[in-house]
Design a protein around this ligand. Structure first.
Ligand code: XMP
Length: 335
């Protein structure tokens, strides 16, 4: 069952995972323990993992390579939902760290799966199924790997189990057996940590600050920032708006900032003519662990600069709003 479809699942499912808080975490010890555990589980077999460039999947990639070397195959799946220039930048960065990452172009497959899908949970499910069952299922079969390493963290499990949002990478806690559903075993070395713990581990693994201090980015990527259907054209609008928003707000020190493309069009005017145009919503969050968050009190000048760029540089945009609702009752992403 999907968390979004029915009743919240029993709390015991996430409570059975023992949390390691930031105060309890000894990063070096944690790395040693996880490397040993990955080695024990995989034995002399093969494992596979997907790197998105976020801190979670980056930390898992480094842990996996420490444990397995070449017996871990790492893929960056271009799902058409990534930020501007992201696939090439991440592959290049890991090459510098000595980790070979295979870039896989799966854009058409994801766009087809998302065609006509407007419901938020169905969108998340479409991304999940295309990724785990179709693209990854195929890769695993081709590679002969029996294990998939993945960067699920405790917050993903909590929110999925509570029925708030179906995080795309949570299965077992939903009663889904990945072995049965997808044909492989999932290893989750970060499942006891929250974001702050993962950042500390990532730093201890030698990942650069641009990664260990990286702003979170959701699994369903830009599909989580487009309300309604995520077509190639609408994703491109969201991509451009997010790139501008990241440039303009990077000095805020905020936990996370983003641009969202709304589904409704609104009346505007351009060059003296009525223009039924697009609306972009900007969100900028203060948070420690993403469980609760409050909007950053951005200076008006900064908001005006951002709005001017979005209006001038993203085709068709006639309205820019700033979200001032905290989480809860809002969530940080819009889908
Ligand atoms: P929400 O929108 O649930 O977001 O308040 C909380 C934090 O989680 C990120 N997020 C995700 N991360 N897979 C992820 O790995 C997901 O499906 C997902 N959905 C949201 C979001 O960007 C924020 O930092």
């Amino acid at each position: 069952m999907n968390a979004g479809e029915g009743e919240p699942l029993p709390k015991e499912m996430s409570m059975s995972i023992r949390e390691i808080t930031i105060d309890q975490l000894d990063a070096q010890q944690f790395i040693e323990d996880q490397v040993r555990s990955i080695c024990a589980t995989v034995g002399d077999g093969l494992a596979i993992n997907a790197l998105s460039g976020g801190v979670d999947s980056s930390a898992v990639t480094m842990l996996g390579h420490k444990a397995l070397g070449d017996r871990l195959k790492t893929y960056f799946v271009d799902n058409a939902l990534m930020r501007q220039g992201e696939p090439e930048a991440i592959v290049a960065l890991f090459a510098e760290l000595g980790v070979h990452v295979e870039l896989l172009d799966a854009r058409e497959e994801f766009l087809q799966a998302l065609a006509g899908v407007t419901d938020p949970e169905e969108k998340r499910e479409a991304v999940t199924q295309t990724f785990y069952r179709d693209v990854f299922g195929r890769l695993v079969k081709q590679s002969g790997a029996k294990h998939l390493l993945q960067g699920t963290i405790l917050t993903d499990v909590d929110e999925t189990v509570a029925g708030i949002k179906r995080q795309h990478n949570v299965f077992e806690q939903l009663g889904i057996d990945p072995q049965q559903a997808f044909g492989y075993n999932i290893i989750e070395p970060l499942i006891q940590l929250r974001k702050d713990g993962v950042r500390r581990v990532a730093e201890a693994l030698g990942l650069p600050e641009s990664i260990h201090n990286r702003m979170p980015f959701p699994g369903p990527a830009l599909a989580a920032r487009v309300i309604g259907e995520a077509t190639a054209e609408r994703l491109e609008i969201a991509r451009q708006a997010n790139a501008i928003t990241e440039e303009e707000l990077c000095d805020t020190g905020a936990f996370q900032y983003m641009a969202i493309l709304h589904e409704d069009r609104v009346t505007g005017m351009r060059d003296g003519e009525r223009d039924f145009g697009l609306q972009i919503e900007v969100r900028c969050w203060e948070s420690v662990d993403a469980r609760t968050a409050t909007p950053t009190r951005l200076p008006w000048d900064q908001l005006e600069r951002l709005s001017a760029r979005l209006l001038a540089q993203v085709p068709g945009v006639v309205s820019v709003t700033y979200n001032i609702a905290p989480k809860p009752p809002s969530t940080m992403e819009v889908v």
